[in-house]
Write a protein that binds this ligand. Structure first.
Ligand SMILES: NC(=O)c1ccc[n+]([C@@H]2O[C@H](COP(=O)([O-])OP(=O)(O)OC[C@H]3O[C@@H](n4cnc5c(N)ncnc54)[C@H](OP(=O)(O)O)[C@@H]3O)[C@@H](O)[C@H]2O)c1
Length: 233
């Protein structure tokens, strides 16, 4: 470091600069900033695109992956990816027929995994009685290793256009499951990790809209901010 500093100082002196110490310090700081930024981006690129994926089944020693909103969209795909790795599944959504259809399809695709279904509509007022059936169903399931809180609604509309029903739905579906599912499952997850020495994880799906200050998604963006902040605490 000292050599570099001397060389830089010498080069600047030879250029006839005044305040050579200051200039050399600026150059070093610039080189450090460029170097560390380049290293950090290279590491991110490597992690995202080049590093081989982890063996999740081995890491979490199997168990059940619980996915909310699992009959369509991202939830369905997450469930498929976990099933493909050999995990058992607990699928939660509103519609029994759709859940049966997904179960049938996954059984054909992935054979011997166990799939449990929970029919529950998160679009309901948040009361202890209302959520009791969900809690009862969850209490009966052992060995949950991954909670994937995916369910959520998105409505792109100006705030003045959203009616009371839609605001209520966005708040209920985007906020309550994200906080109440960990509340219900945390004791089981902790027991699995502390007493059985097996890893567990909670994944909450937020969205890039939590960054976006867009007038046409104000309520949805705000709910996704909560999801992001909640999981950082
Ligand atoms: N799609 C995107 O581009 C995107 C981008 C960023 C983040 N996200 C986030 O990713 C998550 C999934 O998004 P998505 O677009 O895949 O959602 P989606 O296509 O609308 O999927 C909806 C799923 O949730 C279930 N569901 C809907 N309302 C429900 C309710 N009240 N109670 C229980 N289940 C309900 C539906 O099943 P039933 O109809 O059978 O109940 C279905 O399985 C959301 O949290 C979203 O904010 C999505």
């Amino acid at each position: 470091m000292e050599d570099i500093h001397k060389t830089l100082k010498h080069s600047l002196e030879s250029l006839g600069q005044k305040h050579t110490h200051l200039m050399a310090a600026f150059c070093l700081y610039g080189a450090y900033t460029v170097g560390s930024t380049a290293l950090s981006w290279s590491w991110r690129l490597f992690k995202t695109f080049l590093r081989p994926g982890r063996n999740l089944f081995k890491r979490y020693q199997g168990g059940y992956v619980l996915v909310t909103g699992a009959t369509f969209g991202l939830g369905l795909e997450y469930a498929r990816q976990f099933a493909d790795k050999g995990f058992n599944l607990v699928l939660v959504a509103r519609n029994q027929e759709k859940l049966d259809g997904v179960k049938r399809k996954f059984k054909e695709e992935f054979g011997d995994i166990d799939i449990k279904l929970i029919v529950f509509n998160f679009d309901k007022p948040y009361t202890a009685e209302g959520y009791q059936p969900l809690k009862d169903a969850l209490d009966q399931i052992e060995d949950i290793s991954v909670l994937l809180n995916n369910v959520g609604v998105f409505k792109a509309d100006y705030f003045k256009e959203l009616d009371f029903g839609m605001i209520k739905t966005i708040l209920q579906v985007n906020l309550v499951p994200q906080t109440i599912m960990p509340k219900f499952l945390l004791p089981k997850l902790l027991e699995r990790s502390k007493e059985q020495g097996k890893r567990t994880v909670i994944i909450n799906i937020s969205s890039v809209i939590h960054y976006a200050r867009r007038k046409c998604s104000s309520v949805c963006s705000a709910t996704k901010c909560l999801v992001r902040l909640f999981q950082m605490c």
